[in-house]
Ligand binder design. Sequence first.
Ligand code: KG4
Length: 280
Amino acid sequence: MSLILGLESSCDETAAALVTDDRRILAHRVAGQEAEHRPYGGVVPEIAARAHVDRLAPIVEGVRFPYLLLLVSGGHCQLLLVRGVDDYRRLATTIDDAAGEAFDKTAKLLGLGYPGGPAVERLAADGDPHAVPLPRPLVGSAEPHFSFAGLKSAVARAVASGAHRPADVAASFQQAVVDCLIDRSRIALAACPEATAFVVAGGVAANGAIRAALTGLAAAFDKLFVAPPLWLCTDNGAMIAWAGVERFAAGLSDPLDTAARPRWPLDPAAEAVRGAGVKA
Ligand code: KG4
């Protein structure tokens, strides 16, 4: 099998990909240049050429540690500095619900079924994200922790009032989650100048509004933004196999009689955070 590195630098985006001669894409990275060209209202070829030179090496090396990871799933909402294989520093976690849990509970309140995230996103497309006033829990606080329980209660009150269109509730809820994730991630990015990239993972990373907002935030910090393709955001076997490949290559293995652990913290040294309901 041959491994081919492709580099794309034709206009205002720099891209690199690793492909095999049996037509598999092993890795793909894109870095935009919007910030450089925005002041001129269009692409300036000289600026584009210089930006390609600046970005090519970092995106080719884009598997590189350390990177900042926003993990947003049905059970987790964390910001982690990933320093290496099996080497995480947890910067923040949720003090109550996870982001996906908030999507699922909002879907239930709106009668949309389970899993709620994709259904809320679909309904939100027809709604006004500013129609329903909803809180942004912990936004503005110094530590980048998350909280979604108060947002869920506010959604419940908005639904019970009968004063709003369901699509407006869905869009306003989704916007509140976007605002929380952006504010909290901004603090973490500012605290981690050593991060080579900003990575989002977990089921909620499939949400288009969230991906778009995080893409903009990464660009503002001049970080490479990395998100799995949509079909690999939610639970899948490939991520387990890949974690196994990385751990095995690093000489890490577990005996066959390893005990089952219902909760397995990525950063065992992280302190429990105090909040409404503590989740380490
Ligand atoms: O990572 P994941 O597949 O597994 C568990 O945490 O178990 O994440 C599932 C979560 C669910 O809460 C689901 O509602 C949410 O990810 N989710 C989404 C979207 N797709 C899945 N949330 C928002 N928008 C989506 N498009």
